[in-house]
Design a protein around this ligand. Structure first.
Ligand code: HEC
Ligand code: HEC
Length: 310
């Protein structure tokens, strides 16, 4: 029951406390209509869009909208836009990438992504390497820093037994523990210290030079500058196939070390030998988890432009 309030002619609820009455003002029309509209809209929304949780998944919604589908469509659009570039990259002459600004920018971006997900766990996210894993930023190469050579290394791996063309097929730094005496190892260590510009015992180093000439030059070269220059006589990329003959014996005269240049590290290397393996990445050796030719070309372009490319 409501009664009228004399003074203002406003409906009250009839509630009264000590003469204070409660007005019963109606809500403004516009407010009420908006309120009804939100209810209608809310119901429409739960019908039109996925809303009601079910046991396994929510209702699909009348409009069939799906964020997953939208992302898939966006990816498909980007893929379609890139398809032409990827196709070109698949069969590009690697040496021409750097001269083609569009291709170069596309390849190095794609290559950076490939590197991040496939190579950084060994070579480091910045490609600076670690003990046993070469730094790819410098211009010191075991297997060559020309873009075709990098692509070849990535395709076939290093000491990867699946590929007859792998880098260093069957070749490692041998262990000299059995063939050289402790004294000989000690002296050749001093020789290596000396030629790499470090402090060394001069007498031991002189004796070590003989040990070196007798045991090491076949791989590291008479000048100890490594096997790359001598084994890399090809100019024609087709000659890369003959690269199973490459040795990958490092230059011992620079201050760049794969396993460390201290007397202790050198002694360990010469006594126990070394021979690290890099997996092959092409689909030929890895099946569907391998990299496509376009991805290999892209990552080669990326590594090539990191600074040490030849
Ligand atoms: C499982 C570890 C591992 C992964 C992953 C790996 N590498 Fe390597 N990589 C190596 C090792 C070890 C060597 C050095 C082998 C040796 O001692 O000669 C190497 C050597 C190289 C070289 C030769 C460097 C030189 O001096 O000639 C290149 C180029 C290279 N890796 C590129 C890549 C790229 C690109 C990827 C990703 C597609 C990759 N690597 C992934 C371990 C790895
Ligand atoms: C059969 C070829 C071969 C012979 C012989 C050989 N080396 Fe090596 N050496 C290698 C290869 C290959 C590597 C690189 C191994 C790797 O990448 O894992 C290497 C690596 C090294 C390293 C490591 C360099 C670094 O950057 O950490 C040193 C030091 C070395 N050799 C010294 C010698 C000495 C001294 C002799 C002689 C007593 C010798 N090597 C004989 C092939 C050879």
């Amino acid at each position: 029951m409501s009664t009228r309030n004399d003074k203002q002619d406003v409906e009250t609820t009839g509630h009264s406390w000590d003469g204070i009455e409660e007005f019963n003002n109606p809500l403004p029309r516009w407010w009420v209509w908006i309120f009804y509209a939100t209810i209608v809209w809310g119901i429409w929304y739960t019908i039109a869009y996925p809303a009601w949780p079910g046991l396994k998944e929510a209702t699909a919604g009348y409009l069939g909208f799906s964020t997953r589908e939208r992302v898939a469509n966006e990816i498909a659009t980007v893929d379609a836009a890139n398809a032409e570039m990827v196709a070109a990259l698949e069969s590009v002459d690697l040496t021409t990438i750097a001269d083609n600004a569009d291709m170069n920018s596309f390849a190095t971006k794609m290559g950076a992504a490939v590197f991040k997900s496939n190579c950084s766990q060994c070579h480091g996210s910045g490609a600076a390497g670690a003990v046993g894993y070469p730094n790819l930023l410098d211009d010191d190469w075991l297997w060559g820093g020309r873009i075709e050579e990098i692509a070849f290394t990535v395709t076939h791996g290093i000491r990867n037994e699946q590929s007859m063309s792998t880098r260093g097929y069957g070749g490692v730094m041998p262990a000299f523990a059995d063939s050289l005496s402790h004294e000989d190892i000690d002296s050749v260590v001093n020789y290596v210290l000396q030629i790499s510009g470090q402090e060394a015992d001069a007498a031991l180093a002189t004796a070590g030079e003989t040990v070196f000439l007798d045991n090491c030059v076949a791989c590291h070269g008479e000048d100890a500058k490594g096997s790359l220059a001598t084994t890399r006589s090809f100019e024609d990329p087709a000659d890369l196939i003959a690269d199973g003959e490459m040795l990958g014996a490092p230059n011992l005269t620079d201050a760049i070390w794969l396993y460390g240049g201290s007397a202790d590290a050198l002694t360990a290397t010469i006594t126990n030998g070394r021979g690290n393996v890099m997996p092959a990445w092409s689909e030929e050796f890895r099946g569907t988890s391998g990299l496509t030719q376009a991805e290999i070309n892209a990552v080669a372009a990326y590594v090539h432009q990191l600074g040490g490319g030849q």
